[in-house]
Design a protein around this ligand. Structure first.
Ligand code: UDP
Ligand code: MG
Length: 160
């Protein structure tokens, strides 16, 4: 596992239902480092680029309409294995099927209004982070708790 960055979106339903803070807290509590964060309104163009892989799907039109209907919070999160860890924390796509303990499983029942997006691969993460953040909006800084979140010897490769 290597240090990765992933794009997480708190979707319009999360913001409108007042769940942004709770969902963000889950990622923070897990030990993921926030390296980018903004409240923004997605444009049609951005939604089309972000969901280009779904263009032919029957749910595409509704998805774009939903995602552009109200503000979202875009997050760039960093951690060892962050992409897969965040996907697991989100749970299955459909709120009706997502396991309790996951974000989608705990906070929603809808199959389309499912609160959160997370990049599903390194390639997707690189593309999506580039769509939502300018390079200078992604910060590099030391997290004070870092050496307590990870084992410095086993995971960070620092001796002493
Ligand atoms: N979606 C939907 N109906 C479906 C499948 C997906 O409305 O039958 C929406 C849902 O908001 C989902 C998004 O489209 O999060 C992207 O779908 P994907 O299969 O990539 O799921 P995800 O990666 O978000 O779990
Ligand atoms: Mg997806």
């Amino acid at each position: 596992m290597s240090m990765e960055r992933t794009l997480i979106l708190l979707k319009p339903d999360a913001v409108q239902r007042g769940l942004s803070g709770k969902i963000l807290a889950r990622f923070e509590e897990k030990g993921l480092k926030i390296v980018g964060m903004k409240l923004m309104q997605m444009s049609q163009e951005l939604a089309a680029q972000h969901y280009s892989a779904h263009k032919e799907k029957p749910f595409y039109k509704g998805l774009v309409s939903f995602m552009t209907s109200s503000p979202i919070v875009a997050l760039a999160l960093e951690g060892i294995g962050a992409i897969e860890i965040c996907r697991k924390m989100m749970g299955a796509t459909f709120g009706s099927k997502a396991e309790p303990g996951t974000i989608r499983g705990d906070f929603g029942v809808s199959n389309s209004f499912n609160l959160v997006h997370g990049s599903d691969s390194k390639e997707a993460a690189d593309k999506e982070l580039g769509l939502f953040f300018k390079p200078e909006e992604l910060l590099e800084y030391n997290l004070a708790a870092f050496t307590w979140i990870y084992d410095p010897v086993e995971e960070l490769g620092q001796q002493g």
